[in-house]
Each structure stands twice: as structure tokens, then as C-alpha cells.
Design a protein around this ligand. Sequence first.
Ligand code: EPU
Length: 419
Amino acid sequence: MSKFVINGGVKLNGEIAVKGAKNAALKILAASLLTKEEVVIKNCPNIEEVNRLLDLMQAVGTKYRREGETVYVQTPEVNLDNLDPDLVRKIRVSVLLVGPLLVRTGQVKLPHPGGCAIGKRPIDLFVDGYKKFGAEVKEDEDAYIFKAKKQLTGMTYIFPKISVTVTESLMMTATLAQGTTVLKNAACEPEIPALAEFLNRVGAKISGAGTHTIIIEGVSELSGGTYDVIPDRVEAGSFAILGALAGEDLKVTNCRPDHLDVLWAMFDKMGVKYQLGEDYVQIFGGGNLQAIDVQTHEYPGFPTDLQAPFTVLLTQCQGMSLVHETIFEGRLFYTDMLSQMGAQIIMCDPHRVIINGPTALSGRKLTSPDLRAGFAMVLAALVAEGQTEIDNIYQIDRGYESIEKRLQAVGANIKRIVE
Ligand code: EPU
């Protein structure tokens, strides 16, 4: 097990570049299973989550190689016999493979993916969607079994609740279904039009991605192609928050500021000084920041994935803030660790905390509970007095590539200890 040792209180300066979006790269990888031809994915982050999904894909027949930021994948044949249930269970995004594998092979067994630190994470909407395409879905003690006796047929699906991965999964599956599929009340996160752009490039016919209604006309096959992954908006937002917390003059480059409009609106109200360019944001730290209430919401609302880093920032703002996490039911428990560091936080219920700031934080021994809360612990440690040790950093490596090296380059005192 590795850990980070961080000495806080250092002001950060310089440039930090954003990598390709985890939550876009994973979907393009899964979608590559829809074709036998080669798919070239540029700007593909070298992170645990991507590499573990590649392990799973390799087990079903994908051949891949990485050259720097570019990953070449090709799946000429699919063989589901080698799918390791333990690996499937370990990576929640394995659920993304169901649609493409169902189209390719007509039958997929998915071990129950289970919940994780941020919530129960049911898969009922996936099941509903595949049934509407005409698949049979059975559940036994260990797994879901999806069967398509004939070619799936286009359908209209109205999401009772907005879901990012279900929107993406049904969109991928619909590309090779017979006839037209209409997805209503679909998610609009930027990763969805990105996936649609890739799929259209390899022969799909999708319109409306990025709005709440997506129309997919089925085609008979998809070809290979090349795609450049969009910058990671969560990483960009996390670095911008870091700039507000611990920066003097921190420039976050290679990003899409237009994917984070809601964060800039919040910064305006709080008094954070920043400058936006087409592909960068420069944050000027310091000054008294004002507390603000925040409620997570589907895009273009405030992203749940930025809630934990933003909460750390709120501990350093003047006044009282309410953080309302509406998407996941387990995504505020990490605030207990911020309280141990000296923050004044009251948990009202699993979805709401009240923060009174500003309070000085002090270094502690911490455990990273999940990816985003883990990165929030890094932010807290960087403003805390003294030393913080964070273990279980595999969780952070799942989504942030070589994070300690990139933070060191802007002046942070952070070390990885490999034990
Ligand atoms: N939900 C259901 N039934 C389903 C599917 C989802 O009830 O069948 C619920 C979820 O439990 C949740 C809500 O719907 O309460 C919304 O979840 P959604 O399905 O949109 O989340 P996701 O697709 O599983 C993606 C990202 C998450 C991000 C959320 C919300 C990927 C791989 N993951 O998850 O990213 O928080 O959308 O924006 O794209 C992360 O990167 O750390 C991360 C967790």
C-alpha cells in the first residue's frame, strides 16, 4: 500500500496541465468493442481506472498498446469465458461493457456490481433499458444475465431519473439496433456529446447528444477511427479550487473552461479572483472569500464530483455554508475527516452538511475513502498546518495521473511513499 505524505502551508505557483477526461476515455474504450476494427484514442489518461478497464477488455479479446498518451485498441473476436468475476466486481464501470458485448455476442453475464463508498449505485435503469431493446434479463444469486435472442430493436426510453452511464450505455447499444431509438430526459454531461462525436465518426447516426433528447438511427456496422479525448472537467475544476485555496498565481492549462461555467459563477459570488482563456483558467489566490451554499445537480449544474474539493474550500471561507449533495447518498461522510482536521462541520443528514468558516486545519493521518473525497483530502492537507499522511491512495490513482509529480511542479510539498 502506498501513501502520500504532505506538508501543508506552501503557496502554489506556475502551470498545471489537465489530462484527458477519465469519464470520457472509459466510455470510448467500451464503445470500441462495437467494432472489429482498430480504434485509436488520443489524450487517454494513464490512470488506474482506464488500465483496469483495459485489463477486463483484454480478458474478453481486446488487443491494446499504449504509446504515451495514445492507446490503440482492437477487438477482432470476443470470448467471454475468461471474464474474471472478481475483476468485474472491482471495477464498477464494467457495467459499461454490457451493451457493446450484448450487441457483439448476444449474451452477457454481469456479476452484481454492488455499491461503493459513495452510494448504493443500483443498475435498475440499465436493466430497464436493455429489456426495452428486446433483451431478456435474468438475475441469479451472483449475477445478471442479459440475453438477446435476435438483433436488438430501437425503442423510446424515458429516463425516470437522469443517469450519465445509462444514457451512454443505451446510446452505444442503439447504434447497432434495428431502427430508431429515442432517449428522453437523457443526461447532458459533456462526456455524452463527446461519446456521440466518436460514435458518429465511426459510422453511427446520433443527433441531439448534449440535450435531453437523443435520437439514434441504427446502422448495420461501425468502423474503426481516431478520437481525441476531451480534457477532464473534474480535474480542471479541482485544480481551480486548489488555486483558490492554496495558490498565489496558478494557471490551469489544457482545459475547457466552458464546461465549468457553474464553478466560475460560484467563484464570482465568493470573491475568487481568476481569469478565463479559451483553454486555461488562471487563479489568483489570497483575499477573504465569502461562504456560499452549494447544491449538486446534473450538468450544467454543480458537479457532484467537485463537491468534496469545494467543501474543503468552504472551510476556508467567511461565514456559514450549506452543502447539499443530491446525487449520491454516501458522498458526504468524508467530512468527518475534515472535522478531525479542525473544520467546523455539522452533518444534518446524509445529504446535507453545514460548514462554519474559516477555521485553520491541521495535519492528521487520513484514509482516502474514494476518488474525489481522496483528492479533497490532498487539498485539505495542502492548506493544513503540519504534516498529513493519506493512505489508500489507490483510490486517488484511479482518476488522477501521477498527481504528486504534477503538484510538486507547482511547489507542493507532497511525497509518495511506496510500502
Ligand atoms: N442510478 C439509479 N439506477 C441506475 C443508475 C443510476 O438509481 O440504474 C442513480 C445513481 O445511484 C445516482 C443517480 O442515479 O443516485 C445518478 O447516477 P449516474 O448513473 O448519473 O452516475 P454514474 O453514471 O454511475 C457518472 C460518473 C460519476 C459521476 C456521476 C454523476 C462515470 C464512470 N462516472 O456515474 O463519476 O459522479 O456520473 O455525474 O462516468 C467519479 O468520476 O468519481 C464518479 C463517481
